[in-house]
Structures are given as structure tokens and as C-alpha cells.
Design a protein around this ligand. Structure first.
Ligand code: SAM
Length: 279
């Protein structure tokens, strides 16, 4: 058996699907979890690879520590999506974080990932700092009257339930719920294959954020080259020095991907990505 990713009709990766552990049509999406000898357990939603045991740390460390270490003392964090728990695990490593709200649309993802990917959340769903909300992130943001130091959108691609998390109205509500120094970070696709996601996000952020950046991280099972992570702030800011990042990261304990040097390097964008950032 093989699992064929269906994100791109004309091209895609496939996995030897050694054993299907669970498969279901949830209220929101198709979910399958299977074993692969090289990547360990793998989860796909609506035919698109979401996370694997072997490379999840790359994505989760870079989606979390780049924004949080860019802030002096982040306290309140909002996660949209992220039902596998990897983002939450990394956020809770920050001792300054006193409260996390996580808004995940699909309870089944949380339940099944707690069971089949226990190392992703590693107990994070039981942390007293967490308020887990099962709801559509776009609806939550529209009604939200709280502010956060950091909002992390760990969504699926802009197909199916994730589509609303790439729209202007969602970003407007994120801007409303960010503190003046707060950071929004978004899962923003693989530019070589999904360049329009960078361009669309950059344009939709124009009137909301003074700082509009992307940084790149190569995650082996997000096929097609390095993936872009959107980074936005309402103020003009500079990337903290590696010395500051090094000092701030000391309290996180051992990491497997993130370093201050990688943090800086990730914002160095090749021409083909810079060309996508047009108003
Ligand atoms: N790291 C993956 C990636 O880069 O594609 C994303 C992983 S995480 C499993 C994606 C999560 O977004 C899923 O749990 C999915 O249920 C959730 N999601 C999709 N649309 C959503 C929405 N509108 N509101 C909240 N969560 C949503």
C-alpha cells in the first residue's frame, strides 16, 4: 500500500503505507494516521500531510521560538489550529507564558493525536495554563475581545476548513487582538509550489501591519522546497541580535532545530520569494 498526497494534482509525494492505524471522516475533514518506516507515524488531513513523528520538531520549534524569542516577556499566546499539540508543547516551554488559548476546529484531531502522537503534545493538553476551545478559528477571532502577545496560526492549507484562516477579515481580527508589540505568525505554504499564498498574505497585511516578513524552514514532508512562515507586527521592529536570542533561549531547555543563528538565517529570503512580496 502507498499513501499519495493529493495537495497538487500534477505532482506529489507518496509514502509506503505500512499500516493504517486510524481513518475517519470527522465532522470537518478526512483524517488518516498511518505508519511509515522512515517517518514513523504520519497524519494527513484531506489528503495533505500534516505532521510526522520524525520531522515535526523542525516545524514546531520554528513556528514558536522565532516569534516568542523575538519578544522580551511574552505572557499570553493564542494558537489557532495546531490540533496535534506540537505548537502548544513548544509554547509552554517559555517560562514567561502564563496563559495559552488554543482554538482548534476538530476535537477528533486533538483526541486522536493525544492517542497516536503522544510525544507531540507530551502532556501539554493537561497544562493548567491552557484554555482549549473547540471552534472555528475565524469565528473565534471575530468575537474575541482579548489581546495576546503572540498569535500562531498552525492551520491546514487554504482548502476546506482552513481556507477562512487566510482571509483578510481573519487577519483584521488578529490585528485587533494583538498587543501593540505582539507578533502574528502564520503557516504560509511552500513558496515554490504555493507562491500565491505569500503574495496574498503580504497584500492582506498591508494596511494592518507595519512589519510584514516571511521566514523559511525546510520541513522534509512539506514537499516542494522550504516553507514560508508569515511574521507580522503593528510596529517596525528589528530581529533581535543572536546574543539576545541566545540569552532568551537558555530557559527553553534542549532543542533539536532552533538556534539564534538559524533564526537570523531563516529571514534571509531568496530572490524568487522576495519577488512574491509585492503590493
Ligand atoms: N503543521 C501543519 C501544516 O503546516 O499544514 C498543520 C497541522 S495542524 C494538524 C492543522 C490544524 O488546523 C488541524 O488540526 C485542523 O483541524 C485545524 N484547522 C483547520 N481549519 C481550522 C479552523 N478554521 N479553525 C481552527 N482550526 C482549524
Amino acid at each position: 500500500m502507498r499513501f499519495q498526497e493529493t495537495l497538487y494534482p500534477e505532482w506529489g509525494q507518496n509514502f509506503a503505507n505500512d499500516r493504517i492505524l486510524f481513518e475517519i471522516e470527522t465532522d470537518h475533514q478526512h483524517l488518516v494516521i498511518f505508519e511509515n518506516t522512515r517517518f514513523g507515524r504520519v497524519m494527513a488531513l484531506d489528503g495533505v500531510i500534516q505532521t510526522t513523528e520524525s520531522d515535526e520538531y523542525i516545524y514546531h520549534e520554528m513556528m514558536v521560538h522565532v516569534p516568542l524569542l523575538s519578544l522580551a516577556e511574552p505572557k499570553r499566546v493564542l494558537i489557532i489550529g495546531g490540533g496535534d499539540g506540537g505548537i502548544l508543547r513548544e509554547v509552554l516551554k517559555h517560562p514567561s507564558v502564563s496563559h495559552v488559548t488554543q482554538v482548534e476546529i476538530d476535537q477528533a484531531v486533538v483526541d486522536l493525536c493525544r492517542e497516536y502522537f503522544p510525544k507531540h503534545s507530551a502532556g501539554a493538553f493537561d497544562d493548567p495554563r491552557l484554555d482549549l476551545v473547540i471552534a472555528d478559528g475565524a469565528t473565534f477571532m471575530e468575537q474575541c475581545e482579548e489581546t495576546f502577545d503572540c498569535i500562531i496560526t498552525d492551520s491546514t492549507d487554504p482548502i476546506g476548513p482552513g481556507e477562512v484562516l487566510f482571509e483578510s477579515s481573519f487577519y483584521q481580527h488578529c490585528a485587533k487582538c494583538l498587543t501593540e508589540t505582539g507578533v502574528l505568525v502564520t503557516q504560509n505554504g511552500v513558496p515554490f509550489m504555493q507562491g500565491d499564498e505569500v503574495t496574498n498574505t503580504y497584500r492582506r497585511w498591508r494596511d494592518l501591519f507595519v512589519t510584514r516578513r516571511f521566514y523559511l524552514t525546510t520541513v522534509p514532508t512539506y514537499a516542494g522546497g522550504p516553507m514560508a512562515m508569515g511574521y507580522a507586527q503593528k510596529q517596525q521592529t528589528a530581529i533581535p541580535s543572536t546574543d539576545v536570542l541566545d540569552q532568551r533561549s537558555q530557559s527553553l531547555g534542549p532543542l533539536r532545530y532552533y538556534t539564534p543563528e538559524v533564526h537570523h538565517g531563516a529571514f534571509g529570503l531568496p530572490q524568487y520569494v522576495q519577488e512574491l512580496m509585492t503590493d
